[in-house]
Every structure is written in C-alpha cells, then in structure tokens.
Ligand binder design. Structure first.
Ligand SMILES: Nc1ncnc2c1ncn2[C@@H]1O[C@H](COP(=O)(O)OP(=O)(O)O)[C@@H](O)[C@H]1O
Ligand SMILES: [Mg+2]
Length: 399
C-alpha cells in the first residue's frame, strides 16, 4: 500500500499559515500590503483584544470584481505575477498569492469589496478555510477585510500568542513602519477605546516623523539627505563613466544624533523599495557607521530607505517577505554606511564623550562608564571611582 499521500488543500493552507501567519501583526502586515498594492490612499485598521478577536482593514483601493473576490482565496492566486521571469523584478509588496487563503484557513474571514467599475460589490465569508457564504452587496468602492477569532481552529497556535498588549504593540509598530514608508497616505489604527495612530497625508517624511513620534524625536534625528550612485560591485571599484548605462542606488532617511542611545535595535527601520525588511547586512552597515561614535552595546534609531531597480534585489527569499538578498551586497552595505556616516559628520561636532568599557576577569572591578558627559563630570566620576576602588582595596574609610 502506498505510504505517501497528497495533503488536502485545507491542510496545506494550515501548514502555509505556520510560515505566513505567526501572530495578529502578520495578518495586519499582509492585509496592509494588499491595500497598498491596490493603490489605496487611506487605510484604516480596527483591532479588538490585540487583534486576537478582530482585525479589520478598510481601504479605498481599486477593489475586486466578483470573480476575483472568489479567486483570491485559491492557493497561489495572484494578480501581481504572471511568469517566473516576473519574479526577478517584483514591484509590488505581495506576489506569492498565499496570504488570503492562509489567513482564511485559520480564522473567520469576511471580505467585502467593490471594483469602482462594477455596479455592485461582493461579500465573501470563510470559516476555518471553508467557504460559508457569497453574495452581492451594495458597497462603496474599495475593500474591507475582517479577520475574526484568529487561530480559533488551531488551538495549538493560539497558545503561542502573547498578551493582548504585546500583540497590539506589534501591530502598532508595524502600522507605524508602513506609515513612515508612505507619508502621502492616511493611516488610522484603532482599538474600541483608543485611536493609536491617526496620520493624514503629508508631503515630507519629516512631517510624518513629527506626526508619529512628536517634536522631540525629530530633534533627536539627523536627516540623511538623499544620495545616489551607480551600482558597482564594491565601493572601491572605479566610478562609472558619465553616460555609461547603469542602475542607481539611492539612500535617504533619518538617523539619531550621536548622543542618542537605545538599548536595542527596536528603533532601526530599514525599507528596501518601500518594503519593510529585516536585513543583517544593513544592520551591520548602520553599526559600522556609528563605529567610534557609539559604544558597541547600544544602538541608534535609524530610518533608512534604499531605492534600487527591482532586479537588483531578490525579495523571494522568505515566506513572509521580510528578508531580501542584494545582487551587489558589498556595494549596498558600504554605500549605506557612508551615507549615514556622512550625515552624522555634517551635524555639529560631537561634543559629547562616548565611552563604554567593561573590564572583566582577574582582579579588575567591572565598571561601565556612563557615556556622554562633560570633562568636569568625567573628572568627578573618575574621582568617585578612585574612592570606591581605594575603599574596596584598602578598606580606607577616610578617602
Ligand atoms: N485590499 C485589496 N484590494 C484589492 N485587491 C486585493 C486586496 N487584497 C487582495 N487583493 C487581490 O487578491 C489577490 C490575492 O491576495 P494575496 O493572497 O495577498 O496574494 P498576493 O498579494 O501575493 O497577490 C491579490 O493578488 C489581489 O489581486
Ligand atoms: Mg498579498
């Protein structure tokens, strides 16, 4: 008897959901990306109980015609890709055709959509991956997707979810990132009792930073002016001759002043062609830019935008599309590092003193100097250390 069998579609979708839908914020990410791909100018996200009970994303994008509304829930059904060649130059945020069927497989999902060219809209309902209801409905153009009771049919996954506040925090951070990447669009994020984000369209990134984080944050940041260069294999290679056909890399954004220190990397957001990514190479470039400016164990806050032709970066390397691979990674790394470094150098001279030393092991007392202090403060700090050291070593109470 044959041991191998092809899994039913519903099981395959639940397996895919393991990769694509980790938590409520992953659902928000996929829905938000769909809304942006649909050309929406205004996106509203409503959540309940940290997104566990309800996530509703309402957009004013191009919507879907009746047949497409059903087709969208088939595995690998997408309007964004036609052939394998298209994979080499993806300009949309989505392309895998996986999100809707996988989210529908692990929740109760209601899609309400209307293509502006159609007289009527469509309402489609799924529960645990099964189609429950389809009907025509009078709707405004655009799309609303409501995802209720996430993981209700996969209790094992539900157990991995964190507290409502933590899950809401992940959603808020995600919406914030996408709002930063799209200053010209309106983003609203609500809970039944709070409006967490509400930013109307603005012209400049600086205005969006102000809307989201306030004046103080803006004061703590230095602008990385937009700089471009023709791609080379490495920054040490000769520059392209003028007129020579070449793809260009553009870097821009904001980065924190040298005196700002963060205990972790949570303030670092990297976007490649407006896609939020987690990339070790770029994190390393940021770290390098702050070499000798920040101690090794603290981090800056950085908002970095890299723009490049779509065929210079492979986005098809991670199911949730958060990792990318650059074709000429050394050049991207060095160019990003230098752009940040240049921006930091153009601020007023670094008056503060950043020191962080840890002496561990035999005989040495461990101490960590607080960074950023004036010469006077430093002197009195050294004096205090000396006193402490003498007291510890010789038990000298008078010193
Ligand atoms: N908010 C939306 N507005 C218009 N069309 C949408 C929206 N969300 C999804 N779609 C359509 O449904 C298709 C399937 O979506 P999805 O499963 O996320 O796959 P992908 O985004 O990778 O194509 C999309 O290609 C798009 O045509
Ligand atoms: Mg998608």
């Amino acid at each position: 008897m044959s041991r191998i069998r092809i899994l039913p579609e519903a099981v395959a979708n639940k397996i895919a959901a393991g990769e694509v839908v980790e938590r409520p914020a992953s659902v928000v990410k996929e829905l938000l990306e769909n809304s942006l791909d649909a050309g929406a100018n205004s996106i509203r996200i409503e959540t309940e109980v940290g997104g566990k009970r309800m996530i509703r994303v309402i957009d004013d994008g191009h919507g879907m015609a009746h047949d497409d509304a059903l087709l969208a829930f088939e595995r690998h059904a997408t309007s964004k890709l036609r052939s394998a060649d298209d994979l080499l130059s993806i300009s949309t945020l989505g392309f895998r055709g996986e999100a809707l069927p996988t989210i529908a497989a692990v929740s109760r999902l209601l899609l309400e959509t209307r293509d502006a060219n159609e007289a009527e809209g469509t309402r489609v309902e799924f529960a645990g991956g099964k189609l429950v209801n389809v009907k025509s409905a009078g709707l405004a153009p655009g799309t609303t997707i409501s995802v209720a009771d996430l993981f209700y049919c996969v209790p094992a996954r539900r157990k991995f979810l964190k507290s409502d506040t933590t899950e809401l925090g992940h959603i808020a951070s995600l919406v914030t990132h996408y709002a930063l990447a799209n200053p010209g669009k309106q983003f609203v994020l609500t809970t039944p009792t709070q409006e967490i984000v509400n930013c109307p369209p603005v012209e400049k990134l600086a205005d969006r930073v102000y809307q989201l984080f306030g004046k103080q944050a803006l004061d703590e940041l230095v602008e990385i002016p937009s700089v471009s260069a023709a791609f080379r294999a490495a920054i040490t290679e000769p520059e392209m001759e003028s007129g020579e056909e070449s793809a260009t890399l553009t870097v821009s954004g904001f980065t924190s002043r040298p005196e700002i220190q963060r205990p972790n990397r949570n303030g670092i957001y990297v976007f490649v062609n407006r896609r939020l990514v987690r990339d070790r190479l770029i994190l390393h470039a940021i770290h390098e830019a702050y070499r000798n400016i920040l101690p090794g164990n603290v981090f800056p806050a950085t908002l970095l935008f890299l723009e490049m032709p779509y065929d210079e970066v492979d986005v098809n390397v991670h199911p949730a599309k958060i990792e990318v691979r650059f074709r000429r990674s050394q050049f991207v790394h060095d160019f990003a590092r230098d752009a940040i470094r240049q921006a930091l150098m153009s601020t007023r001279p670094i008056a503060s003193f950043a020191a962080d030393r840890q002496f561990r092991g035999s005989g040495h007392r461990q101490y960590r100097a607080q960074s950023c202090c004036t010469a006077g403060e430093l002197r009195s700090r050294i004096y205090r250390w000396r006193r402490k050291f003498r007291r510890a070593a010789y038990g000298d109470p008078s010193s």
